[in-house]
Design a protein around this ligand. Sequence first.
Ligand SMILES: [Cu+2]
Length: 575
Amino acid sequence: MRRMWSITRPGLSGTELLEVGEDHSFNLMLGWVVAVVESIGCAIEYGPTAEEDPVTTQGPRGHPAARGRTRSRLVTIAAAAVAGLALMLSGCGIVDTVTGRSVSTVDEVEFSQELAIPPLAEPRVDADGRRVFELTTQSGEREFLSGQTTQTWGINGDYLGPTLRARRGEKVAINVRNELDEVTTMHWHGMHLPATADGGPHQPINPGETWSPEWTIDQPAATLWYHPHPHGETEKHVYRGLAGMFILDDDVEAALELPREYGVDDIPVIVQDKTFDDDGQFTEGDREHAGMLGDTLLVNGTLGPYLEVERELTRLRLLNGSTARTYSFGFSDDRQFALIATDGGLLSEPHDTGRIRLSPGERAEIVVEMQPGERVVLRSYPPELGTDGSATRKAGGEDSFDVLELRTGATLGDSPPIPEVLVDVPRLDPSEASETRQFELRTRTINGQQMDMDRIDEVVIVGTTEIWEVESGHGQIHNFHIHDVQFQVLDIDGAPPPPELAGWKDTIFLPPRTPIRLIMRFSDYADSSMPYMYHCHLLWHEDRGLMGQFVVVEPGQGLEQPSLDSGRADHDHGE
Ligand SMILES: [Cu+2]
């Protein structure tokens, strides 16, 4: 059982719940802390905190009545006692444990490695005209740190996977062979496709087996990605290195004068944070509110990367492939760039900006202009999370990273200017919505329930438009990802979305206690026997139970039990 420490600290807005993880130093220190505090007349309660823990919370739960926060166990500690404690403990690391620790790698990255560009997968076209891709999940090792070998997982290689590419209207078939020693899956994030091809937890691939979904690409050009989605194990599989980009093309995008030469002026940028231990291995298990937050970035698996820019304009396809960390990307000299696309495709027009925030799973395509003979660093600035006090620090809201250095030589190739108009993004009409659903995310639940593979949470009628109201119902951040569909943001706390959230999205950041209304259309692929997922894409949260299942059915159609024997082991959402 997860243990938490509830304490009220002065100097912060109101009562603040501090959740302390399974830190060994913390546990070792605990008895001593309690003794000290009690000796000076205070009380600290240490134990399972009631808030939002379905194991320990008593009383009614659910949405939206569950908003009353159980804080009966909170105790107040005098300012003097805390100050004294802080002094006493400052040498022991416990203050860091309680308040969090910020990270900055700004001006500390050497940029000594050329950015790796994931190879483009080369499908064969079979007799039926299908583009057939071959992917194999496997374990491997790589020397990220000089002289140290890190154990990794990868797809067709040691770390990450090839970039898949297909065009609207094409039929794709993908053979995913699992050479790992454990069950995995492969999910096509952002893809509109039948639920049986989705690669969620109901499509397990056992060791040594091959799973072969196929579908027809039927959505706009976009930067999608793929990664495993095994029940309760997604964080581990992605963190160890299983992920890749999936670029979709179409005639509309192809007609625009945009940089699109892969690896030359159209660059995948997969950003992931890691922590290496003394032996050079990825550390797993040291988590804060959002999950595992690393202190070292890899871009496309490259540590300290630089890119030799060849043309005036470069398109960067940014993918937050991290398990927990939210970034706010910008450039070291604060130059403006053009945001041209978000998760599901191009915006209606370029949006000139200096920052783009991406939570785990989100993508953005940006175009940056360079001059000859310069260097500029793609940086992540402290992201605006909407949190207070230590919740900000513990969710990475004070962290900064140097991500990727862009370098130019004495000359640059010409680029045509970015078009002033991109694509038509038809607005979905809320008056056409036939259903409104609400989803409240808390520490381990959505609408008061943890993920259950055998429970269908929502039934959607094919061919209808729906509004989903999503909200983090407590003081911590989440995000929300819906399989199968791309959605539009209707409003955020009642206000229209900013330009960066006005296009097609499949994943959206949720600041605390901020209702966001999404609208989406479930156009086809009715299948009452196989659900799609919706979930928090902070992967530890997903694994802990912040996930639900929906089926898309024909009007009047009943529910069947999911037809697949998932072959899964029972999965415990606790620690
Ligand atoms: Cu979450």
